[in-house]
Ligand binder design. Sequence first.
Ligand SMILES: [Zn+2]
Length: 741
Amino acid sequence: MRSVIVALIALGVGVASANDDILGFDTEGSAAQRALEARIDAMIDADEMDGWLKLLSETPHHVGSLASKENAEFIAELLTSWGYDTEIEGYQVLLPTPRVREVELVAPTQYSAGLTEDTLAEDPSTSVIDNLLPPYNAFSRDGEVEAELVFVNYGIPEDYEVLERYGIDVTGKIAIAKYGRSWRGIKPKLAGEKGAIGTIIYSDPADDGYGRGDVYPKGPFKNESGVQRGSVMDMPTYPGDVLTPGVGATADARRLRRADAPTITKIPVLPISYRDALPLLSAMDGEVVPDEWRGALPITYHLGPGPARVRMKAEFDWNMVTAYNVIARWRGSEYPDQWVIRGNHHDGWNHGAADPLSGIVAMLAEAKAVAEIAKAGDPPQRTVIYAAWDAEEPGLIGSTEWAEHHADELREHAVAYLNTDGTSRGFMNIGGSHVLERYLNQVTEELDDPLVDMSLKERRRANLLVNGDDKAKSEARDRDDLRIYPLGSGSDYTPFLQHLGIASANLGFGGEASDGSYHTMYDTYEHYTRFRDPGLVYGAELSKVTARATLRLANAPRLPFEFRGLADNVALYVSELEELADSMREETARTNMLIEDGTYAAAMNPGKTLGPPLPKAPVPYFNFAPLKNALARLENAAEAYAAAAESSDVTSEDLNRSLYMSERLLTRDEGLEGREWYKHHIYAPGFYTGYGVKTIPGVREAIEQRDYDKVGPQIDIAADVLDRIAVHVEMLAAGLTGESS
Ligand SMILES: [Zn+2]
């Protein structure tokens, strides 16, 4: 591996040395911290983690089940036994579980979908199915509908543009969509907006099945009976309990009536397997789908509508259940009022070995080692809180309710939130607030990959240099720190980052294990330990990464927040916005001309029904100057802070408070337009992508949705936000150099 390192140095890439100070520590403090980390590493025990994984994944443990409560109690007992001040905080939340699920082809042929997953002799866990939730999409409304099918591909906005060109309208129809390319909740949301009366979602074997590789149990991919469960709650509007937006779902909380809850779907939706999709799709006719829409079933795919006619019925028990969050604290020895929060959810859709327990057991190993160190005389200087969340799967409910319930304390005391949510094998992926980019890069410079003899950071760089797109390749060559990706949604960091403005990160290994088990009955101990992380070697590595990340935040005399990474990433987003507007303007003008002068129509096959697109309103020029001026100010302030931090040892509790408060300044109380729960103005999940992030979302979504009148005002709002943090960082820099601000 030596030659690789040498080659990277030749490329001008910095390779960290353990002699560099840790960000936020002086030389002596760095040595002490590293000694402590070495002791932690020696305590991480993959065999012990394996034992917990086996135990916690024995039975299905969704929120509201007995096993979920028992798992919470087991986790709480462990944390208590290690010395944490532990409590289980329960919230009363609405949870639909299925009572009736029916999908029936009524014409031109008949077929009644089985809607069940097969038990496998090769995987004993698949026989432990008492209390198993059958495949369903949580927060679908109740309903029974019958209509012709329309095939809508992945059911994302551009798919409906193509259908329009075929003259196909989904009004009054049932949309059948493939899983993938968007968060699942977008599919019924958009289908409903387009007039469909029901949605069926299935996993096509081209995306997740025999088209990818061997299926379970021979290989990891979805077999013909596997169905992805999952929430379809409208989380881009607000996550958490549907009845208590913005407040904790305590027993006495004011609640919406269920009929008024805006995040329950407007039309019924059910997920099915490709075995059940095959007869439905086979019975469809009409135009053959575009090449890119084709799946891997042995049929010709047609758009419809019909003649396949389907009746679907979904009815749920809408019960109030208790979500049990385990909250364990170790009081900080020096700064007890500054809190470092570390979390992973414990509820699963089923056995949940990969999602979420692989992450839970890594967090438990970390928490145990941190406690051992503390008891041996090195307690964390700031308070450390370990949280095991319930009810993440139906909609980030446990974490959201806790964050809403404790919002005032958290706004005041929370330094940062570090999330994991299951883990796998491969490369260290980190997303998060860019004030944390430098510090998290440093953590991954100092740990080696468990199977390849080089640091986690340089291994990830090698992957980007070989497998990245052109932009990723050039950045991996030229930029010392690897970019951490901006967070959209999809796990428990959302309430902390996007609602409360707490700097957050999400960490996990991935990229080298295939997986079709996600949210199926096959997410078992057997599947995980055969295909995802045999021996839990990457799971143990994750414990070491997150232990460092947690304890460096807890112990740093000066918090390792850094603003050049933030400025550099915001600069990237601003340039992307300009490019987006320019490319949309050119593309719109070009397409409109081809439509208007008849060229488009002339190129269409007269034997097909596909027509030209409709012209779109021309894209005006926008004034990005306010945003660019604010960015320039932030860039200068970030440089000034970095220079001051380099040459000064000054630190204080107040300075640290000002450092972690910086992320709050990226939020506005008013929130994003149309979804005020989301307060952060740099990172948000996309309104029409779901988990996928939209950076500088107010501006970006106004452009993408062609809401041109809103672009200017949104640029002004984003510029104000950047100005505010720039002023704050100038003040921090002045504080370090002793200049008055
Ligand atoms: Zn999860």
